[in-house]
Design a protein around this ligand. Structure first.
Ligand code: GGG
Length: 357
């Protein structure tokens, strides 16, 4: 069976880490006899916007909907296109139209990487952030009134639907059930945000009744971020709204030494539409073009993509190869964010070579 993957590198370092992601996924496909065909698209980037006045062609949905997965790099280049236009014109369209309502973001301290948190060793930090991915604070409901005058008013609503909240909670509880610790932490702010967040808490409590074996706790987002830094070993599966999940899934990997290695899967669990796999990091214009971006976030996202397509062994082999190369600690191979002087390409090649052994 052949798998069709749509490849969109996007902006900035997305265009540099993507070739390494493809290199390693191809190496895994060869080793495990997986038939994969990649098709590259130039839309979903700020350069496309500058040429066409929109981030994607009108028929993007038709062009992409029959692929088995989307492999994405990064979006955004604020000097070219305002961030809200580039994000809403690409990534958020994919997540919404393809109903990728789960954004799964592993957070793991890898061997060979020094955590900025004193005394933390691999094994101390190993949890998942499950981010609601289609509604919440990322709603397009709102508007402006009296624009440009002193009476200017700007409003944006948060949207929480029972369907939307319950389905991501169910995914998170199901995930917690597969984990040895069987623990779920919910991110809330129900003391300050007095309608939507108490509703979120109610749905968590209701869902918990169906999972009596799962230990459930909840924290307000402010102290939760502090506890990510102070007690990352407390966490197993952390579930949050779109905004809270986004913040936590940058902070978590930062606690593991670098956001450059963090992967993510935007999942449509029912399989009605393709799921999308992308590094957590953005386009990083400040280091774009220098060849120094860490490609592991893209490569590990490729591992998640293979697992999603049914090739767990191949996905695990990629993660093992990443761990091996990080453990070896070759300064000429590793990128700067993990203490080396190597390049995006040297690190990608080392992982691909390791995989082929
Ligand atoms: N590869 C992830 C990426 O490009 N992120 C850009 C960004 O701003 N993302 C915001 C979000 O994930 O909601």
């Amino acid at each position: 069976m052949s798998h069709r993957i749509a490849v969109i590198a996007g902006d900035g370092i997305g265009t540099e880490v993507m070739p390494e992601g493809l290199r390693v996924v191809e190496a895994a496909a060869k080793r495990f006899g997986i038939d994969i065909a990649f098709t590259t698209f130039d839309f979903g980037s700020c350069d496309y916007y500058l040429a066409h006045g929109q981030m994607m062609p009108d028929d993007w949905f038709e062009q992409l909907k029959d692929f088995d997965a989307l492999f994405y790099g990064a979006v955004g280049w604020p000097e070219k296109v305002p961030d809200h236009i580039s994000l809403w014109g690409s990534l958020i369209q994919f997540r919404r139209r393809f109903d990728q309502y789960v954004n799964l973001r592993p957070c793991k301290l890898m061997p060979g990487i020094k955590s900025p948190l004193a005394g933390r060793e691999p094994g101390d930090i190993d949890f998942y952030v499950v981010r609601e991915n289609t509604e919440g604070e990322y709603s397009s409901i709102g508007g402006k009134m009296f624009e440009g005058t002193e009476r200017e008013v700007v409003i944006q609503e948060t949207v929480m639907s029972r369907t939307g909240v319950d389905r991501v909670l169910k995914y998170a509880f199901d995930l917690a059930q597969t984990r040895p610790r069987k623990k779920l932490t919910s991110a809330t702010k129900s003391n300050g945000i007095s309608i939507t967040m108490p509703y979120w808490d109610e749905r968590v409590a209701e869902m918990a009744k169906a999972y009596p074996d799962i230990e459930v706790d909840k924290f307000h987002i402010d102290i939760l971020t502090a506890n990510f830094v102070l007690h990352p070993d407390w966490f197993d599966v952390v579930v949050g709204s779109n905004l809270f999940g986004d913040i936590l899934s940058d902070l978590g990997p930062a606690c593991t030494g670098t956001i450059g290695i963090a992967p993510s899967a935007n999942i449509n669990p029912e399989g009605n539409f393709p799921s999308l796999f992308e590094p957590v990091h953005g386009s990083a214009p400040d280091i774009a073009g220098k060849g120094i971006a860490n490609p592991i976030g893209q490569i590990w996202s490729g591992a998640m993509m293979l697992e999603h397509l049914g090739y767990k062994e191949a996905g695990d082999a990629i993660v093992t190869a990443i761990e091996a190369v990080l453990s070896e600690g070759d300064q000429n191979v590793l990128t700067r964010d993990v203490g080396g002087q190597g390049t995006t390409e040297s690190l990608g090649k080392a992982i691909a070579e390791r995989l082929a052994r």
